[in-house]
Design a protein around this ligand. Structure first.
Ligand code: ARG
Length: 463
C-alpha cells in the first residue's frame, strides 16, 4: 500500500492514505519487528481460544495457526518483507497471513485490539529479558565468588573517600559485589512475578462482548492469571518501568566496579591486571594498556538510566487509557536490555580473567597508617582507655610516624611511651595487617573466616 490509497485495516472511514511524514512518524515496524515471535505466539493462542469457545470455526482456527507458523518461519529465515505502510508488527503479520491463507485471516482479530495485543507482546518480551538478566547475573555472581574464594585472605586497603581507611580482604571486597548483584537479581525476579498476568482479552480498553476464555490464553502463554482490569491493562507500562529501574540499579553497580577496575589497573595502583582479551592498546603510546571495556561499562548506566527517564516522562502525563505516545516505550527498553545483557556478559568475562597483584595489594594495605584503628582499639582493650582518649593518643602516634616518614609499626617502644607511658610491646601484634583483618570477626566483617563462611552460604543459595 502506498500513501494515497486508504488503509486496508480501517480504510472504510478514510478516502486517502497518510502523508509520507505521517507514515514516517507513525510507523514502528523498524523496531517492533523484534516482537514478531511474541506477536505470533499470542495470535496462535488467541485463535485456539476463539475456536475452543466457538467464536470462530475450528477449520478457520487451523488455517490461521498453520498460516502463522509459516509467517514465523519466513521472519526467522529473513524472508519477510516488513512494510512501514503497515505501521507495526501486528499489521505486518496479519496482512501477510491474509496473503497466505485468504479470508479466514480476517477472523483472527475478533475480540482483540492492537491495544491488548501490544501490551501482551511487550510483556512477553520484557518477561523473557527478565529471565535473561537473571541468568546473566547468576553467571556474574559465580565469577565474583570464584575471585573471592581465590583471595579470601589476601589483604588490601579498604577505602573511604578513596583514602586508605582500614585493611580488608580481597575476598570481602568481591563479596560486597556478590551482595549487590544478588539484590539486582532479586529485583528482576520480583518484577517478573508482578508482571506475570496476561493482558490478552482486555481488547481496546473495555473488554469484549464475545464469550472469550481469558484463563485459557493466560495459562497457554505461561502467565499466572489474566489481568483483572481492562483499562489498567492497556494503559500501564509499569512492568517496563520496573524492568528499566532494576536495569538502572544493576548498571549502576556494574559501573562502580568498572570504575574500581579503571583505578586499580592504573600504573599508580597496580592492584590488578586486566587480561589482553579485555584491554586495548594505544596507536601512539606503546606502553599503554587501556581498560576500555571497563570504561564503556561505566558509561552504559548513562544510557540505561536515560531510557528509564525517557519512559517515565512519556508515561507521566497520559490520561487513561492507551495513547500513541506509548509506542515510544519499546526502543528505550530494547536498547536498555541489549546494553545491560552485554554489560553483564562483558563484566563476567573481565572479572573471570582478572589477576589480582597480591604483593601490591598487601603493600598498599600496610601503608597510610591503615591499622591506626586497631591501635586505638588495643589502647581501649589493653589499657582500659576511654575510646576518645585512645583516638587522641593514636592521632599523636600517627603524627609522630608521619614526621619521621615511617609506619606505625616502625616506631620504637620508647617513642610510643613518650606519648603514653603504659604502652607495652604487645602493641606490635595489632599493627600488622594480617592480624588486623583476622580480628574483624564481627558478623559481616572482613575476617577471612567470615569470607569463607559467606562463600559457602552463597554457593548453597545459588545451587
Ligand atoms: N504500534 C502500536 C504501539 O506500539 C500498537 C498499538 C496501536 N494501537 C492503537 N490504538 N493505535 O503502541
Amino acid at each position: 500500500m502506498t500513501a494515497g490509497s486508504a488503509n486496508s485495516m480501517w480504510g472504510g472511514r478514510f478516502s486517502t492514505g497518510p502523508d509520507a511524514l505521517m507514515e514516517a512518524i507513525n510507523a514502528s515496524i523498524s523496531f517492533d519487528k523484534r516482537l514478531a515471535a511474541q506477536d505470533i505466539a499470542g495470535s496462535r493462542v488467541h485463535a485456539a481460544m476463539l475456536a475452543a469457545t466457538d467464536i470462530i470455526s475450528h477449520a478457520d482456527a487451523q488455517a490461521i495457526d498453520a498460516g502463522l507458523a509459516q509467517v514465523l518461519a519466513e521472519i526467522e529465515a529473513g524472508r519477510f518483507e516488513f512494510s512501514p505502510a503497515l505501521e507495526d508488527i501486528h499489521m505486518n503479520v496479519e496482512a501477510r497471513l491474509r496473503e497466505v491463507i485468504g479470508a479466514p485471516a480476517g477472523r483472527l482479530h475478533t475480540a482483540r485490539s492492537r491495544n491488548d495485543q501490544v501490551a501482551l507482546d511487550f510483556r512477553l518480551w520484557v518477561r523473557d529479558h527478565c529471565d535473561a538478566a537473571i541468568a546473566g547475573l547468576e553467571e556474574l555472581i559465580r565469577v565474583f565468588l570464584a575471585q573471592a574464594e581465590a583471595g579470601a585472605d589476601w589483604v588490601m586497603p579498604g577505602f573511604t573517600h578513596l583514602q586508605t581507611a582500614q585493611p580488608v580482604t580481597w575476598g570481602h571486597h568481591m563479596l560486597a559485589y556478590v551482595e549487590m548483584f544478588a539484590r539486582d537479581r532479586s529485583r528482576f525476579i520480583d518484577a517478573r512475578a508482578r508482571m506475570n498476568e496476561c493482558p490478552l482479552g482486555a481488547a481496546a480498553l473495555a473488554g469484549t462482548s464475545f464469550p472469550i476464555d481469558r484463563h485459557m490464553t493466560a495459562k497457554a502463554l505461561g502467565f499466572d492469571r489474566p489481568t483483572a482490569n481492562s483499562l489498567d491493562t492497556v494503559a500501564d507500562r509499569d512492568f517496563a518501568l520496573e524492568f528499566l529501574s532494576a536495569a538502572s540499579i544493576c548498571a549502576m553497580h556494574l559501573s562502580r566496579f568498572a570504575e574500581e577496575l579503571v583505578i586499580w589497573s592504573s600504573a599508580q595502583f597496580r592492584f590488578v591486571r586486566m587480561s589482553d582479551r579485555f584491554s586495548t592498546g594505544s596507536s601512539i603510546m606503546p606502553q599503554k594498556r587501556n581498560p576500555d571495556a571497563a570504561e564503556l561499562l561505566r558509561a552504559k548506566l548513562g544510557r540505561i538510566l536515560g531510557a528509564t527517564v525517557a519512559l517515565f516522562t512519556v508515561m507521566k502525563g497520559l490520561p487513561l487509557t492507551y495513547s500513541k505516545d506509548m509506542q515510544e516505550d519499546k526502543e528505550q527498553v530494547f536498547d536498555a536490555a541489549d546494553n545491560l545483557l552485554l554489560g553483564l556478559a562483558a563484566m563476567a568475562g573481565m572479572v573471570s580473567d582478572l589477576t589480582a597483584n597480591r604483593p601490591a595489594l598487601e603493600t598498599a594495605a600496610a601503608s597510610g597508617f591503615s591499622t591506626a584503628t586497631d591501635l586505638a582499639d588495643w589502647l581501649v582493650r589493653a589499657l582500659n582507655l576511654p575510646f576518645r582518649e585512645a583516638h587522641h593518643v593514636t592521632g599523636s602516634l600517627v603524627k609522630l610516624a608521619e614526621e619521621k616518614g615511617c609506619d606505625l609499626a616502625d616506631l620504637a617502644l620508647e617513642e610510643m611511651r613518650a606519648v603514653h607511658g603504659e604502652i607495652h610491646s604487645e602493641v606490635y601484634s595489632v599493627l600488622g595487617v594480617q592480624n588486623s583483618v583476622a580480628s574483624r570477626t564481627s558478623y559481616g566483617g572482613t575476617a577471612p573466616e567470615n569470607v569463607r563462611a559467606q562463600i559457602a552460604r552463597w554457593k548453597e543459595n545459588l545451587g
